[in-house]
Design a protein. Structure first.
Length: 683
């Protein structure tokens, strides 16, 4: 492959390798394939990826690069661009690195960042994708860019069949009309993938395929307009229950990494998910999401250790369609310009504010029509009224916006007392140093996500009186024990039947009274940092009664208290993911963990193991797919050929005492400078 060869050739100078081509031709797809290629992973000591896009923000790009390198810390979000630039330079200096800058539009951007990449004559490379050939030539005038080519007829047909039929062949009665459909796509991968996604879900009849062929026919060269025509057809033929979910994707900014878990929570809060008996709304929403992925309308960006999709994106052309159709149907309005002059209407029920917004129109933001407000511009915090300026009646004005359902604020949000009037609020996601005690008065609140620093946050007993709570994600929060109630009024607490997520709770006491109030919890994260209390004080053995618990994380930073599974912990058989940080393990403990019938992901970080040799036994870890061992003191690991039958990935990080790699996985080792990764390669 030309790109791969140019990245690893012997030249020691820093080189820029550019890929040029029209939208949808596969630049990003090819860049990802090369970026994750095992040989490339081994060759470069450090790799980082950032998507630039047309309206770029240098600070966000710097954070993205640090994040993909594994160097991002919470403090970096508060740093200036200049400090971030210095930190990036230091992290790259004297390392052979590969940087990917995806979707670059502006030569000014290159002028802004080119000094951040040190040239130590060690073979470092920068890979750039762009639609503009002059951009590629400007960045690297010494080496011609790689020009992306349209697919040949045979390549187009193979891709089409793969998307429509998977591992099966095209039926003979559809082959001729299928090839006509493919010809209309003129070798553009995006067009083929979109049509393939449509037909993969449709009835496989000649009549319908002829209808599709007639509606995608084009006698001119393929253009963005032709892709939009194909996209419109895909949207038109979506089932009604998926249309709102699909359109909602356009409320996010261009090239935005959309966290699937948050997307699902937003869909639920917006009430665009149809209830299904015996299924939670989140489970239904995940099914809708996967359906859109299978139709190739949503792109997978990053996966979790359990194989589920962590973040996703949509193609620029797909997003353009979403925004166009959404505003046509008055589903929402998005802006990255001054809002003045926009006509009020149903589209103002939902507003998306994107970065580079120069001004917020008080008329619109204080409008009682607004039901959902998603502000992605963290540089412009939502205004808070001041007593000295009572005319400053933006979003928080009393008597207005009491029907606000969704608030996502990328930057900081200081809570004024008027928030208590938002009786219909269902979803709150913001950055704040505190959470008001009266938050419990928002009885319809389903999701609370507050990003903050590491200082403990004390909540009142009223948190147990919010029956609609589904997801609570608060960093270093301290929940009160219901048994500490002093009056009858305080004792009146509810069973939080809907609560599924609780994170990150400090010194959480798992008493029977607490456990019975969160019977349907699926994800629980606990941080212990109390050196005065013994382990019995926390009643961790009661975790076994959480029969729907799927993911458990325990962080222990206490000197006098270390987890010991065999004497202190019991796990429900429903557990699929276990993360233990700063704990202690014996061989007996490992056997207890290994016996969990549904465990798929196990992460042990900075964990002391009371043995130097770990020998896995047959019949243990039967469902385990992912194993992470970070900074543990194992010296020897013996793995039988029949052990870990479903393992797909093993990662060793900073295991300095680790001896030889087991023979059974030696051939699938991938090593870089920072960690050792074992991957089971699939055929």
């Amino acid at each position: 492959m030309d790109i791969k060869a140019r990245l690893v050739r012997k030249s020691s100078e820093l080189e820029i390798v550019s890929m040029v081509g029209m939208s949808g031709i596969g630049k990003t797809t090819l860049a990802k394939q090369v970026y994750h290629d095992p040989y490339i992973v081994n060759h470069f000591q450090t790799r980082a990826w950032a998507t630039v896009s047309h309206n770029y923000n240098v600070q966000e790009i710097l954070l993205s690069l640090q994040n993909s390198m594994g160097e991002l810390t919470s403090k970096m979000h508060e740093m200036t661009s200049e400090l971030l630039k210095e930190r990036l330079y230091m992290n790259l200096n004297y390392r052979r690195y590969l940087i990917v800058l995806d979707d670059v539009w502006d030569t000014k951007f290159w002028d802004d960042v080119k000094q951040l990449f040190p040239s130590d004559e060690n073979g470092s490379r920068i890979m750039m994708t762009t639609r503009l050939e002059n951009m590629a030539n400007y960045a690297n005038s010494c080496s011609p860019p790689h020009r992306m080519q349209f697919l040949s007829d045979s390549e187009s047909w193979i891709l089409f069949c793969e998307k429509v039929f998977g591992n099966y062949c095209c039926p003979l009665n559809l082959k001729e009309i299928g090839k006509k459909i493919v010809q209309h796509c003129q070798g553009l991968p995006l067009a083929i993938v979109l049509i393939g996604g449509l037909l993969s879900k449709a009835t496989r009849t000649e009549h319908y395929w002829k209808y599709v062929a007639e509606n995608v026919s084009s006698e001119t060269t393929i253009t963005d307009e032709q892709c939009s025509k194909i996209l419109s057809l895909s949207y038109k033929h979506l089932p009604s229950h998926l249309k709102c979910c699909f359109l909602y994707m356009g409320i996010f900014p261009q090239d935005y990494n959309i966290h699937v878990s948050k997307l699902v929570k937003l869909w639920v809060a917006e009430e665009i998910i149809e209830p299904v008996q015996s299924k939670s709304l989140e489970d239904v929403a995940e099914e809708y999401f996967l359906d859109l992925v299978e139709r190739n309308l949503i792109l997978i960006h990053e996966k979790r250790s359990n194989g589920k999709i962590k973040t996703c994106r949509i193609h620029d052309l797909v997003r353009d369609l979403c925004v166009r159709e959404a505003q046509k149907e008055k589903f929402y309005h998005v802006t990255n310009r001054i809002l003045r002059g926009i006509q009020e209407g149903n589209s103002m029920l939902r507003v998306g504010i994107h970065r580079n917004t120069k001004s917020h129109d008080d008329k619109i933001l204080s409008s009682p029509q607004v039901r959902s407000l998603l502000n992605f511009d963290k540089e412009v915090p939502l205004p808070v009224p001041k007593k000295s300026n009572m005319r400053f009646l933006f979003l928080f004005r009393k008597r207005q916006n009491t029907l606000l359902r969704v608030l996502h604020q990328q930057g900081r949000l200081e809570f004024p007392n008027e928030v208590v009037e938002w009786v219909d609020l269902r979803y709150l996601d913001c950055m704040s140093m505190h959470l008001p005690s009266w938050i419990a008065k928002l009885q319809n609140l389903q999701t609370i996500i507050v990003r903050r620093d590491m200082r403990p946050l004390y909540l009142s007993l009223d948190i147990w009186k919010m029956p609609q709570l589904r997801h609570v994600l608060l960093e270093y929060v301290i929940l009160p024990d219901p048994s500490s109630a002093e009056t009858e009024r305080d004792i009146f607490v509810l069973v939080l039947e809907n609560l599924q997520t609780l994170s990150l709770v400090m010194n959480f006491r798992c008493t029977e009274d607490v456990i019975k109030r969160i019977p349907n919890i699926k994800k629980l994260e606990i941080h212990y940092k109390d050196e005065e209390m013994g382990r019995e004080y926390y009643y961790l053995n009661n975790l076994v009664h959480l029969r729907k618990l799927e993911s458990l994380k325990l962080i222990n930073l206490s000197v006098n208290f270390r987890f010991s599974f065999s004497t202190n912990l019991s796990f429900p058989t429903s557990l699929k993911k276990l993360t233990l940080i700063e704990g202690s393990l014996s061989l007996e403990d490992m056997s207890i963990v290994g016996s969990l019938p549904n465990l798929q992901v196990l992460k042990l970080k900075r964990t002391h193991i009371f043995c130097r040799e770990w020998r896995t036994n047959k019949g243990q870890f039967l469902q385990l797919k992912y194993l992470l061992l970070e900074n543990i003191d194992l010296e020897c690991w013996i793995v039988g050929r029949s052990h870990l039958p479903n393992i797909e990935r093993v990662v060793l990080e900073d295991c300095f005492n680790f001896g030889e790699i087991p023979d059974e996985i030696r051939e699938i080792v991938i090593i870089n400078a920072r960690r050792s990764t074992f991957n089971r390669l699939h055929a």
